[in-house]
Design a protein around this ligand. Structure first.
Ligand SMILES: [Zn+2]
Length: 247
């Protein structure tokens, strides 16, 4: 009786494994993004990054420009004051002092104005580039959104399929002895999704289907006798004698 139970449980386990692998495939499919979506996401990320950099540069120039502008206004006011005071002054010495001061202020104003021009020009260029990229972004956005929506739908459909298969899986697992099921699940996690392997007969030798190691005769015998659960000496997976070898 033990004999039949172990062989039967391993056969059920093997069927369960095929089902589990199907579940794994669905999860993999969910992760596999359509190439057009990957491309659109990459484009979007590149555009956003470029835009952020240009805007940051623009703001820095704007701050520089405003600072220069404030300084120029301040210097112009000071020059105006010096000119007014010069008009009211009667002493030659003071006149000369004002004259020098006005000259210094004018020189500084000219210098700053000259520095400001290229800043304004670069700001204009940047504004053009920003506008152009924003246009590209606004054209890409609907395409990206629709690709995202289609992908979300695809993933949701797979999820529905997955959940339905998961319910079936729980039913199937219910008929397998709990300790054997736990052992299988532990091995499967550690061994790339394969916890139970069939024995393959090839050229008179017995091989583990999963790792292809040749099984010593006494191990193969124990698998065929099915009086206990036997693990592959090569990979540690549970061994099942397989349907074609039954009887
Ligand atoms: Zn093996």
């Amino acid at each position: 009786m033990v004999n039949v139970n172990i062989a039967g449980a391993l056969a059920d386990l093997y069927t369960l494994q095929e089902h589990d692998q199907e579940l794994d495939r669905i999860k993999e499919q969910q992760e596999q993004l359509p190439p057009e979506l990957v491309e659109a996401r990459e484009k979007w990320a590149a555009l956003s990054e470029q835009l952020a950099q240009l805007k940051e540069r623009y703001l820095a120039l704007q701050r520089e420009y405003q600072q220069n502008d404030l300084e120029i206004k301040d210097l112009v006011a000071k020059r105006k004051q010096a000119e007014d005071e010069q008009l009211q002054s009667s002493s030659i010495r003071e006149q000369t002092q004002y004259e020098n001061r006005i000259q210094q202020l004018s020189t500084r104003i000219d210098e700053l104005t000259e520095l400001t021009m290229p800043i304004l020009e670069e700001m204009e260029r940047l504004a053009e580039q920003i506008k152009e990229l924003e246009l590209q972004a606004s054209e890409l956005k609907p395409e990206l959104d629709s690709l995202e929506a289609a992908n979300a739908e695809r993933v949701a459909a797979l999820e529905e399929e997955y959940q339905a298969k998961l319910v079936k899986r729980q039913e199937m697992a219910g008929s397998i002895p709990a300790s054997l099921l736990r052992e299988y699940e532990t091995i499967r996690r550690a061994r790339r999704g394969v916890g139970v392997a069939r024995v393959k007969v090839q050229g008179g030798f017995y091989l583990c289907e999963a790792c292809s190691v040749q099984l010593p005769t006494h191990v193969a015998q124990r698998v065929y006798q099915s009086q206990q659960v036997v693990r592959c000496p090569g990979c540690g997976r549970l061994l099942w004698r397989g349907p074609e070898n039954e009887g």
